[in-house]
Design a protein around this ligand. Sequence first.
Ligand code: NAP
Length: 320
Amino acid sequence: MQYRQLGRTGLRVSVFGLGTNAFGGRADEATSIALIHHALEHGVNLIDTSNRSPATPTMTELSETIMGRALRGRRDQAIIATKCGKKTGNGPNDANCSRWHILQEVERSLRRLQTDHIDLYQIHWFDPTTPLEETLRAFDDLVRAGKVRYVGCSNYTAWQLCKALWTSDRHGLARYDSVQPAYSPADRRIEPELIPLCLDQGVGVLVYYPLAGGILTGKYRPGSEPPQGSRARTQPGFAAQLNARNLALAVEMERLAADVGATVAQLTLAWVMRRPGITSALVGATTLAQQEENLRAVDLPLSEGTLRRITELSDPFVAF
Ligand SMILES: NC(=O)c1ccc[n+]([C@@H]2O[C@H](COP(=O)([O-])OP(=O)(O)OC[C@H]3O[C@@H](n4cnc5c(N)ncnc54)[C@H](OP(=O)(O)O)[C@@H]3O)[C@@H](O)[C@H]2O)c1
Protein backbone atom coordinates (compact mmCIF):
# COMPACT_ATOMS: atom_id res chain seq x y z
CA MET A 1 0.00 0.00 0.00
CA GLN A 2 1.09 3.58 -0.54
CA TYR A 3 0.30 6.38 1.88
CA ARG A 4 0.03 10.13 1.34
CA GLN A 5 -0.20 13.09 3.69
CA LEU A 6 -3.72 14.42 3.97
CA GLY A 7 -3.17 17.92 2.63
CA ARG A 8 -0.91 19.95 4.91
CA THR A 9 -1.64 17.72 7.95
CA GLY A 10 0.71 15.11 9.35
CA LEU A 11 -1.89 12.36 8.84
CA ARG A 12 -0.98 9.61 6.36
CA VAL A 13 -3.87 8.01 4.53
CA SER A 14 -3.81 5.09 2.11
CA VAL A 15 -4.02 6.04 -1.55
CA PHE A 16 -6.75 3.39 -1.83
CA GLY A 17 -9.58 4.29 0.55
CA LEU A 18 -12.46 1.93 1.24
CA GLY A 19 -15.85 3.25 0.13
CA THR A 20 -18.69 1.71 2.08
CA ASN A 21 -21.90 3.09 0.68
CA ALA A 22 -23.00 -0.38 -0.49
CA PHE A 23 -22.57 -1.82 3.01
CA GLY A 24 -25.91 -2.77 4.53
CA GLY A 25 -27.59 -2.38 1.12
CA ARG A 26 -26.11 -3.92 -2.01
CA ALA A 27 -23.57 -5.78 0.18
CA ASP A 28 -24.94 -7.72 3.16
CA GLU A 29 -23.38 -7.45 6.60
CA ALA A 30 -21.17 -10.56 6.39
CA THR A 31 -19.77 -9.48 3.02
CA SER A 32 -19.27 -5.90 4.23
CA ILE A 33 -17.33 -7.04 7.30
CA ALA A 34 -15.20 -9.36 5.15
CA LEU A 35 -14.46 -6.42 2.79
CA ILE A 36 -13.39 -4.20 5.70
CA HIS A 37 -11.09 -6.87 7.16
CA HIS A 38 -9.66 -7.66 3.73
CA ALA A 39 -8.93 -3.98 3.10
CA LEU A 40 -7.20 -3.56 6.48
CA GLU A 41 -5.11 -6.67 5.83
CA HIS A 42 -3.94 -5.08 2.57
CA GLY A 43 -2.81 -1.89 4.30
CA VAL A 44 -5.89 0.25 3.61
CA ASN A 45 -6.31 2.57 6.60
CA LEU A 46 -8.86 5.07 5.27
CA ILE A 47 -12.50 3.92 5.51
CA ASP A 48 -15.17 6.37 4.39
CA THR A 49 -18.85 6.34 5.23
CA SER A 50 -21.66 8.72 6.19
CA ASN A 51 -24.42 8.91 8.76
CA ARG A 52 -27.02 7.93 6.15
CA SER A 53 -25.31 5.35 3.97
CA PRO A 54 -26.54 3.30 2.29
CA ALA A 55 -29.45 5.52 1.25
CA THR A 56 -31.17 2.75 -0.75
CA PRO A 57 -34.55 1.04 -0.37
CA THR A 58 -32.77 -2.31 0.21
CA MET A 59 -30.99 -0.97 3.32
CA THR A 60 -30.85 -3.41 6.25
CA GLU A 61 -28.42 -1.55 8.53
CA LEU A 62 -26.49 1.72 8.37
CA SER A 63 -22.93 1.20 7.17
CA GLU A 64 -21.63 3.02 10.29
CA THR A 65 -23.20 0.28 12.44
CA ILE A 66 -21.54 -2.42 10.36
CA MET A 67 -18.21 -0.59 10.51
CA GLY A 68 -18.48 -0.37 14.30
CA ARG A 69 -18.93 -4.14 14.50
CA ALA A 70 -16.16 -4.84 11.96
CA LEU A 71 -13.65 -2.64 13.77
CA ARG A 72 -14.08 -4.17 17.24
CA GLY A 73 -10.53 -4.93 18.38
CA ARG A 74 -9.09 -3.25 15.26
CA ARG A 75 -10.09 0.36 15.84
CA ASP A 76 -6.51 1.64 15.81
CA GLN A 77 -5.87 0.29 12.31
CA ALA A 78 -8.53 2.49 10.76
CA ILE A 79 -8.91 6.16 9.98
CA ILE A 80 -12.66 6.51 10.20
CA ALA A 81 -14.04 9.20 7.92
CA THR A 82 -17.74 9.87 8.20
CA LYS A 83 -20.14 12.71 7.37
CA CYS A 84 -23.19 14.61 8.51
CA GLY A 85 -25.43 17.33 7.13
CA LYS A 86 -27.87 15.45 4.91
CA LYS A 87 -31.44 14.58 5.84
CA THR A 88 -31.75 11.92 8.54
CA GLY A 89 -35.36 12.36 9.63
CA ASN A 90 -38.57 14.28 9.02
CA GLY A 91 -38.19 16.92 11.75
CA PRO A 92 -37.43 20.54 10.80
CA ASN A 93 -33.87 20.20 12.15
CA ASP A 94 -33.14 16.68 10.93
CA ALA A 95 -31.13 18.00 8.01
CA ASN A 96 -28.75 20.76 7.02
CA CYS A 97 -25.48 21.95 8.51
CA SER A 98 -26.69 23.72 11.66
CA ARG A 99 -24.92 23.46 14.99
CA TRP A 100 -28.04 21.70 16.36
CA HIS A 101 -28.00 18.99 13.71
CA ILE A 102 -24.22 18.46 13.74
CA LEU A 103 -24.07 18.08 17.54
CA GLN A 104 -26.94 15.61 17.46
CA GLU A 105 -25.58 13.57 14.57
CA VAL A 106 -22.02 13.28 15.90
CA GLU A 107 -23.28 11.51 19.02
CA ARG A 108 -25.33 9.10 16.93
CA SER A 109 -22.37 8.34 14.67
CA LEU A 110 -20.06 7.76 17.65
CA ARG A 111 -22.57 5.32 19.13
CA ARG A 112 -23.03 3.39 15.89
CA LEU A 113 -19.28 3.32 15.24
CA GLN A 114 -18.62 2.17 18.84
CA THR A 115 -15.80 4.67 19.24
CA ASP A 116 -15.02 7.79 21.28
CA HIS A 117 -13.64 9.76 18.32
CA ILE A 118 -14.04 10.19 14.59
CA ASP A 119 -10.77 10.66 12.72
CA LEU A 120 -12.12 12.78 9.88
CA TYR A 121 -15.55 14.41 10.20
CA GLN A 122 -16.85 15.81 6.94
CA ILE A 123 -19.77 18.06 6.18
CA HIS A 124 -21.69 16.30 3.41
CA TRP A 125 -22.64 19.32 1.30
CA PHE A 126 -22.63 23.12 1.18
CA ASP A 127 -25.78 24.32 2.92
CA PRO A 128 -26.65 27.85 1.76
CA THR A 129 -29.29 28.23 4.51
CA THR A 130 -26.84 27.93 7.45
CA PRO A 131 -24.06 30.49 8.04
CA LEU A 132 -20.74 28.84 7.29
CA GLU A 133 -19.31 30.21 10.53
CA GLU A 134 -21.97 28.30 12.50
CA THR A 135 -20.99 25.00 10.84
CA LEU A 136 -17.27 25.65 11.28
CA ARG A 137 -17.68 26.67 14.92
CA ALA A 138 -19.58 23.46 15.68
CA PHE A 139 -16.80 21.44 14.00
CA ASP A 140 -14.15 23.42 15.89
CA ASP A 141 -15.88 22.65 19.20
CA LEU A 142 -15.87 18.94 18.32
CA VAL A 143 -12.14 19.04 17.61
CA ARG A 144 -11.46 20.85 20.91
CA ALA A 145 -13.65 18.31 22.76
CA GLY A 146 -11.57 15.46 21.31
CA LYS A 147 -14.56 13.87 19.58
CA VAL A 148 -13.14 14.63 16.15
CA ARG A 149 -9.49 14.69 15.01
CA TYR A 150 -9.69 16.44 11.62
CA VAL A 151 -12.50 18.08 9.68
CA GLY A 152 -13.30 18.18 5.99
CA CYS A 153 -16.08 18.87 3.51
CA SER A 154 -17.73 17.07 0.63
CA ASN A 155 -19.39 18.21 -2.58
CA TYR A 156 -18.05 21.76 -2.19
CA THR A 157 -17.16 23.82 -5.24
CA ALA A 158 -13.92 25.80 -5.30
CA TRP A 159 -15.54 29.09 -4.23
CA GLN A 160 -17.35 27.40 -1.36
CA LEU A 161 -14.15 25.79 -0.08
CA CYS A 162 -12.25 29.06 -0.52
CA LYS A 163 -14.91 30.88 1.53
CA ALA A 164 -14.71 28.18 4.24
CA LEU A 165 -10.91 28.45 4.41
CA TRP A 166 -10.98 32.19 4.84
CA THR A 167 -13.82 31.99 7.41
CA SER A 168 -11.83 29.53 9.56
CA ASP A 169 -8.69 31.60 9.16
CA ARG A 170 -10.48 34.83 10.14
CA HIS A 171 -12.05 33.33 13.27
CA GLY A 172 -9.18 31.03 14.30
CA LEU A 173 -11.28 27.87 13.81
CA ALA A 174 -10.24 24.36 12.76
CA ARG A 175 -10.20 24.39 8.97
CA TYR A 176 -11.27 21.84 6.40
CA ASP A 177 -8.19 19.72 5.70
CA SER A 178 -9.91 17.64 3.03
CA VAL A 179 -12.57 17.86 0.38
CA GLN A 180 -14.50 14.93 -1.10
CA PRO A 181 -15.72 15.40 -4.67
CA ALA A 182 -16.72 12.94 -7.40
CA TYR A 183 -13.87 12.21 -9.82
CA SER A 184 -13.08 9.64 -12.51
CA PRO A 185 -12.15 9.66 -16.20
CA ALA A 186 -15.92 10.09 -16.77
CA ASP A 187 -16.13 13.16 -14.51
CA ARG A 188 -13.20 15.58 -14.41
CA ARG A 189 -15.13 18.71 -13.48
CA ILE A 190 -12.92 19.38 -10.43
CA GLU A 191 -9.78 19.86 -12.48
CA PRO A 192 -10.03 23.51 -13.57
CA GLU A 193 -10.80 25.13 -10.18
CA LEU A 194 -11.01 22.82 -7.16
CA ILE A 195 -7.74 20.90 -7.68
CA PRO A 196 -5.57 24.04 -8.17
CA LEU A 197 -7.13 25.53 -5.00
CA CYS A 198 -6.38 22.38 -3.00
CA LEU A 199 -2.79 22.21 -4.26
CA ASP A 200 -2.26 25.87 -3.41
CA GLN A 201 -3.86 25.67 0.05
CA GLY A 202 -2.69 22.19 1.07
CA VAL A 203 -6.14 20.60 1.24
CA GLY A 204 -6.37 16.82 0.77
CA VAL A 205 -8.62 15.48 -2.01
CA LEU A 206 -10.46 12.20 -1.35
CA VAL A 207 -12.42 11.29 -4.45
CA TYR A 208 -15.60 9.27 -4.61
CA TYR A 209 -17.15 7.50 -7.57
CA PRO A 210 -13.69 6.74 -9.07
CA LEU A 211 -15.14 3.86 -11.14
CA ALA A 212 -18.14 5.96 -12.17
CA GLY A 213 -20.20 3.69 -9.94
CA GLY A 214 -18.96 0.59 -11.80
CA ILE A 215 -19.31 1.83 -15.39
CA LEU A 216 -15.52 2.04 -15.70
CA THR A 217 -15.05 -1.62 -14.90
CA GLY A 218 -16.31 -2.74 -18.32
CA LYS A 219 -19.28 -4.63 -16.84
CA TYR A 220 -21.86 -2.60 -18.78
CA ARG A 221 -21.86 -2.83 -22.57
CA PRO A 222 -23.63 -0.69 -25.17
CA GLY A 223 -26.74 -2.50 -26.43
CA SER A 224 -26.69 -5.18 -23.67
CA GLU A 225 -28.76 -5.54 -20.53
CA PRO A 226 -26.86 -4.78 -17.28
CA PRO A 227 -25.52 -7.99 -15.68
CA GLN A 228 -27.58 -9.69 -12.97
CA GLY A 229 -26.77 -8.39 -9.48
CA SER A 230 -25.02 -5.25 -10.74
CA ARG A 231 -25.78 -1.82 -9.32
CA ALA A 232 -27.75 -0.90 -12.44
CA ARG A 233 -30.19 -3.66 -11.41
CA THR A 234 -30.14 -3.20 -7.66
CA GLN A 235 -30.02 0.59 -7.19
CA PRO A 236 -32.96 2.54 -8.58
CA GLY A 237 -31.87 5.49 -10.70
CA PHE A 238 -28.32 4.27 -11.36
CA ALA A 239 -29.14 2.81 -14.79
CA ALA A 240 -29.73 6.38 -16.04
CA GLN A 241 -25.96 6.89 -15.88
CA LEU A 242 -25.43 4.18 -18.50
CA ASN A 243 -25.58 6.77 -21.28
CA ALA A 244 -23.87 6.51 -24.66
CA ARG A 245 -21.05 8.86 -23.66
CA ASN A 246 -20.04 6.93 -20.52
CA LEU A 247 -20.38 3.53 -22.21
CA ALA A 248 -18.27 4.65 -25.19
CA LEU A 249 -15.51 5.76 -22.79
CA ALA A 250 -15.66 2.37 -21.05
CA VAL A 251 -15.25 0.62 -24.42
CA GLU A 252 -12.16 2.74 -25.23
CA MET A 253 -10.73 2.04 -21.78
CA GLU A 254 -11.29 -1.68 -22.32
CA ARG A 255 -9.19 -1.60 -25.51
CA LEU A 256 -6.40 0.20 -23.71
CA ALA A 257 -6.60 -2.15 -20.71
CA ALA A 258 -6.20 -5.18 -23.00
CA ASP A 259 -3.06 -3.58 -24.50
CA VAL A 260 -1.40 -3.20 -21.09
CA GLY A 261 -2.62 -6.48 -19.57
CA ALA A 262 -4.82 -4.89 -16.91
CA THR A 263 -8.55 -4.74 -16.27
CA VAL A 264 -10.62 -1.61 -16.94
CA ALA A 265 -11.11 -1.08 -13.19
CA GLN A 266 -7.37 -1.31 -12.53
CA LEU A 267 -6.50 1.05 -15.37
CA THR A 268 -9.10 3.57 -14.21
CA LEU A 269 -8.03 3.51 -10.55
CA ALA A 270 -4.31 3.62 -11.38
CA TRP A 271 -4.93 6.75 -13.46
CA VAL A 272 -7.12 8.39 -10.77
CA MET A 273 -4.52 7.78 -8.03
CA ARG A 274 -1.76 9.32 -10.15
CA ARG A 275 -3.60 12.50 -11.09
CA PRO A 276 -2.25 15.80 -9.70
CA GLY A 277 -3.70 16.77 -6.33
CA ILE A 278 -5.49 13.49 -5.65
CA THR A 279 -4.73 12.15 -2.16
CA SER A 280 -6.85 9.01 -2.16
CA ALA A 281 -9.50 7.25 -4.24
CA LEU A 282 -12.48 5.95 -2.23
CA VAL A 283 -13.33 2.70 -3.97
CA GLY A 284 -16.51 0.71 -3.39
CA ALA A 285 -16.97 -3.03 -3.94
CA THR A 286 -19.70 -5.59 -3.32
CA THR A 287 -17.53 -8.74 -3.52
CA LEU A 288 -14.06 -9.77 -2.38
CA ALA A 289 -13.15 -10.64 -5.97
CA GLN A 290 -13.87 -7.04 -7.04
CA GLN A 291 -11.80 -5.65 -4.19
CA GLU A 292 -8.87 -8.03 -4.91
CA GLU A 293 -8.91 -6.84 -8.51
CA ASN A 294 -9.16 -3.17 -7.55
CA LEU A 295 -6.38 -3.25 -4.96
CA ARG A 296 -3.92 -4.39 -7.62
CA ALA A 297 -4.28 -0.95 -9.21
CA VAL A 298 -2.12 0.57 -6.45
CA ASP A 299 1.09 -0.99 -7.78
CA LEU A 300 0.08 -1.31 -11.43
CA PRO A 301 3.03 -0.14 -13.53
CA LEU A 302 1.76 2.25 -16.21
CA SER A 303 3.85 4.09 -18.79
CA GLU A 304 3.60 7.84 -19.25
CA GLY A 305 2.19 7.09 -22.71
CA THR A 306 -0.70 5.01 -21.30
CA LEU A 307 -1.52 7.63 -18.68
CA ARG A 308 -1.49 10.31 -21.36
CA ARG A 309 -3.79 8.23 -23.58
CA ILE A 310 -6.37 7.90 -20.75
CA THR A 311 -6.16 11.64 -20.18
CA GLU A 312 -6.77 12.27 -23.89
CA LEU A 313 -9.69 9.81 -24.04
CA SER A 314 -11.33 11.50 -21.08
CA ASP A 315 -10.54 15.13 -21.97
CA PRO A 316 -14.18 15.75 -23.04
CA PHE A 317 -15.23 14.90 -19.47
CA VAL A 318 -13.52 17.96 -17.96
CA ALA A 319 -16.77 19.77 -18.75
CA PHE A 320 -20.28 18.29 -18.84
N1 NAP B 1 -19.50 12.34 -0.53
C1 NAP B 1 -20.49 11.88 -1.24
O1 NAP B 1 -21.48 12.58 -1.50
C2 NAP B 1 -20.38 10.48 -1.77
C3 NAP B 1 -21.28 10.03 -2.74
C4 NAP B 1 -21.12 8.73 -3.23
C5 NAP B 1 -20.10 7.93 -2.73
N2 NAP B 1 -19.25 8.39 -1.74
C6 NAP B 1 -18.14 7.54 -1.19
O2 NAP B 1 -17.31 7.06 -2.23
C7 NAP B 1 -17.30 5.64 -2.23
C8 NAP B 1 -17.15 5.11 -3.63
O3 NAP B 1 -18.28 5.42 -4.41
P1 NAP B 1 -19.15 4.32 -5.09
O4 NAP B 1 -18.95 3.01 -4.38
O5 NAP B 1 -20.52 4.84 -5.21
O6 NAP B 1 -18.55 4.26 -6.57
P2 NAP B 1 -17.39 3.47 -7.29
O7 NAP B 1 -16.27 3.13 -6.35
O8 NAP B 1 -17.10 4.22 -8.51
O9 NAP B 1 -18.15 2.11 -7.73
C9 NAP B 1 -18.21 1.02 -6.89
C10 NAP B 1 -19.19 -0.02 -7.42
O10 NAP B 1 -18.76 -0.54 -8.68
C11 NAP B 1 -18.90 -1.96 -8.72
N3 NAP B 1 -17.53 -2.51 -8.80
C12 NAP B 1 -16.45 -2.13 -8.07
N4 NAP B 1 -15.35 -2.82 -8.45
C13 NAP B 1 -15.72 -3.63 -9.46
C14 NAP B 1 -15.03 -4.55 -10.26
N5 NAP B 1 -13.72 -4.76 -10.13
N6 NAP B 1 -15.73 -5.21 -11.23
C15 NAP B 1 -17.05 -4.99 -11.40
N7 NAP B 1 -17.77 -4.13 -10.66
C16 NAP B 1 -17.12 -3.44 -9.69
C17 NAP B 1 -19.63 -2.34 -7.43
O11 NAP B 1 -21.05 -2.23 -7.65
P3 NAP B 1 -21.99 -3.49 -8.07
O12 NAP B 1 -21.26 -4.75 -7.73
O13 NAP B 1 -23.24 -3.30 -7.27
O14 NAP B 1 -22.25 -3.31 -9.53
C18 NAP B 1 -19.24 -1.22 -6.48
O15 NAP B 1 -20.16 -1.00 -5.45
C19 NAP B 1 -18.61 5.26 -1.52
O16 NAP B 1 -18.62 3.96 -1.05
C20 NAP B 1 -18.66 6.32 -0.44
O17 NAP B 1 -17.79 6.00 0.63
C21 NAP B 1 -19.39 9.65 -1.28
